[in-house]
Design a binder for this molecule. Sequence first.
Ligand SMILES: Cc1cc2nc3c(=O)[nH]c(=O)nc-3n(C[C@H](O)[C@H](O)[C@H](O)COP(=O)(O)O)c2cc1C
Length: 302
Amino acid sequence: MMNFDKFPIMLAPMAGVTDVGFRAVCSAFGADSTTTEMLSVRAMAHNPQKTEFMTLTSPEEKHKIAQIFGHEEEYFERAVKSKLLQKFDAFDINMGCPAPKILKNGEGAALMDNPILASKIIETVKKNINRPLSVKFRKGNKSPNFLEFGRMCQDSGADYVVFHARTVEQGYSGHADYDAIASLKAKLTIPVVGNGDVVDKGSLEEMKKTKVDGVMIGRGALGRPWIFAQLKERQNIDKFDAIKTHINILREHFEENWIKLYIRKHLLWYAKDLPMASTIRLKLANCSDLDECLAILQEFFI
Ligand SMILES: Cc1cc2nc3c(=O)[nH]c(=O)nc-3n(C[C@H](O)[C@H](O)[C@H](O)COP(=O)(O)O)c2cc1C
């Protein structure tokens, strides 16, 4: 179980972002837990190779969480029993994804409008794992029912919840509603992890005022995996070394050509806070070799 006595600072699951290398680097910088991208329980049953690369882990990761999504209890049961997921320390169920394609299938945040099924899924997963279980959800899909929904998660056997305080309609716009987070925290007896817009010390302090038990950081870690070290006031942050490690871990598993395409967005995020970001972006756009891209970044990270 996450140690909630020490106010964990956790890396949020991000599809297309939280790959094995990025998770390792965030962990090395002090992230108290790392979560995979959302994994389809159906895909895991029918097309396991498609999921396998998302479930890669590295020894750097301290507390590894697999995030699963779907809408059928039997597939959830198969997934948590599958060999692929046995190495994880805990599970999280995605009940907050706002993507239309996911909602259409009755998955992600659509489950917030179907608490009976959501409860059955939580019970089924909990019954079939001997590890901690969390549920990550939003303020609401069709209506802001997070208080009732959080209570249902607790009653169904979730060990803690992760609350991203935006409605589906809001997507990622506006500010997360910290008053809503405080009210959920006041209502539940299980730990509540607050999520939304924590990007620095100031926003972390604001989040702490809600009295939550821990925080999860998503976009604040894009291109800045060292945010965990900064928030924990650790010294000696070697940023360029982290970027190299991210790529080297990917190199242990993937072909160079695939990495080259995949890593572009990460490289642009890594460059975004640098003084000459637009020049670097141009240079990165014209480089075709990974080591060359790294050399471009290195020049600016000194
Ligand atoms: C690119 C991207 C991908 C995301 N993928 C997932 C996901 O797979 N599962 C999930 O629960 N949330 C996902 N989220 C939501 C984040 O986990 C988090 O709840 C949200 O970004 C709010 O936190 P933040 O303000 O710290 O970014 C994603 C967010 C982004 C920006």
